[in-house]
Design a binder for this molecule. Structure first.
Ligand SMILES: [Fe+2]
Length: 197
């Protein structure tokens, strides 16, 4: 097995480092959003996905240590922008769109090529396989919440539209006569008939 002690640097060390850094930085983004949303179901999903992200970060950092290497932050740009969006007062739908978390699983994803390196040792391979399956499951869960919120939003928009057009059409109708006006009109009509006789 390649390791520092064997003098061989694993060819997949960069991949492990990228996952460790990326996953650790994603956890606080999900938690900040969970703290901000008023939707209890979404908050549950965000906390669950956030926990997974944090655990992935730790598990990959641990695997690197087992191989004899430490995580390097390198030129990782940080998560400032994501944290700003997640903790903001934007709607949940807007956050999904701006953070890109509602896309679900696509035919080609970033995980497809992770096993092309034929040197991956069995322990790392097991960890990587679990990570990929969990990431795709997280994407599915987030997508389901995104679609649910979209449906609620569509229903609310349709209700607002219907209320607006009902208000408009009632404004166009002539005002109904008051009982006093009705009686006066009846009286004057009777008078006219009497005058003709
Ligand atoms: Fe992730």
């Amino acid at each position: 097995m390649p390791s520092k002690s064997s003098g061989q640097k694993p060819s997949y060390l960069g991949l492990l480092n990228a996952i460790a850094v990326g996953e650790s930085s994603a956890e606080p983004v999900f938690l900040a959003w969970a703290d901000r949303t008023d939707d209890a179901q979404l908050a549950n999903t965000l906390r669950f996905v956030g926990m997974r992200e944090g655990e992935h970060g730790k598990a990959f950092a641990k695997r690197m240590l087992e191989l004899g290497y430490e995580v390097r932050e390198g030129d990782y740009g940080g998560n400032d922008e994501q944290m700003k969006i997640a903790g903001s007062r934007r709607s949940d739908l807007r956050k999904f769109e701006e953070l890109g978390f509602g896309r679900g699983i696509s035919d080609n994803d970033v995980f497809d090529t992770m096993f092309t390196d034929k040197n991956i040792d069995p322990i790392t391979g097991g960890l990587l396989g679990r990570y990929i399956a969990e990431e795709r499951d997280s994407a599915r869960r987030l997508r389901a919440d995104y679609e649910r919120l979209q449906q609620t939003d569509d229903v609310q928009k349709a209700a607002r539209k219907a209320a607006k057009s009902a208000k408009k059409s009632s404004a166009r109708k002539p005002a109904a006569k008051s009982p006093a006006k009705k009686a006066a009109a009846k009286k004057s009509a009777a008078k006219k008939v009497g005058a003709k006789k």
